[in-house]
Design a protein around this ligand. Structure first.
Ligand SMILES: C[S@@+](CC[C@H](N)C(=O)[O-])C[C@H]1O[C@@H](n2cnc3c(N)ncnc32)[C@H](O)[C@@H]1O
Length: 177
């Protein structure tokens, strides 16, 4: 769980968000096919502890944005993967990975519909579109592990809810097929 590295992750991302704000940009933007907005690092770290993420080997974030969730997951799992179609966010994730020296994370700059999620122990989503537009179908076909869903919005309708809890008022729900 490496609390010291987690502290460094938080610090580096805070610098990134402050730089954006200083340049008149909010840390959220449209990415063409989707919309980027980041999670709160402390909430995700707490949730990963609560679901015993360290007992799982592989993790994937579908639409990994600036890579923060993947780098935090890499503190718990053997391999953490992120897929993001936005070039700028993908580059930022790689830059952070190198800066923070976290070797067991892997980022891809493309569409997550082109990647199979079979055999991943934990699949994470902070969705930017309703599930019925395609993601739920992919999950129903390919999910072999657990889905960790962040947020009150865009929940799947046909997966089995296994657990749900709030961290600072934000909802985490764990599903399986
Ligand atoms: C709400 S953000 C979540 C970012 C990150 N997971 C986090 O929690 O901090 C959703 C991200 O998914 C990306 N995205 C949406 N559809 C995608 C697709 N089909 N393939 C790859 N990335 C996608 C968007 O570009 C955006 O960065």
């Amino acid at each position: 769980m490496k609390p010291q590295v987690f502290g460094q992750i938080k610090k580096e991302y805070d610098v990134f968000y402050k730089d954006l704000l200083r340049n008149g940009k909010l840390p959220l933007w449209s990415t063409g096919k989707g919309f980027w907005g980041g999670v709160i690092a402390d909430e995700v770290y707490e949730a990963f502890k609560r679901i015993n993420l360290h007992k799982h080997k592989t993790f994937i974030d579908l639409g990994s944005g600036d890579g923060k969730v993947v780098l935090i997951a890499a503190l718990f799992c053997k391999r953490a993967v992120g897929i993001e179609m936005d070039n700028e966010l993908f580059r930022k994730a790689m830059e952070m990975q190198i800066k923070l020296n976290i070797p067991n994370a892997l980022f891809y700059n493309n569409d997550f519909y082109d990647h199979s999620i079979r055999d991943f122990d934990v699949v994470f989503t902070y969705p930017d579109t309703p599930m019925h537009r395609g993601l739920e179908k992919k999950l129903l076909n390919e999910l072999t592990g657990k889905l960790v869903h962040y947020g009150h919005h865009f929940h799947p309708q046909n997966l089995k809810e296994e657990d749900k809890f709030l961290v600072n008022g934000n909802l985490f729900t764990v599903y399986s097929r």
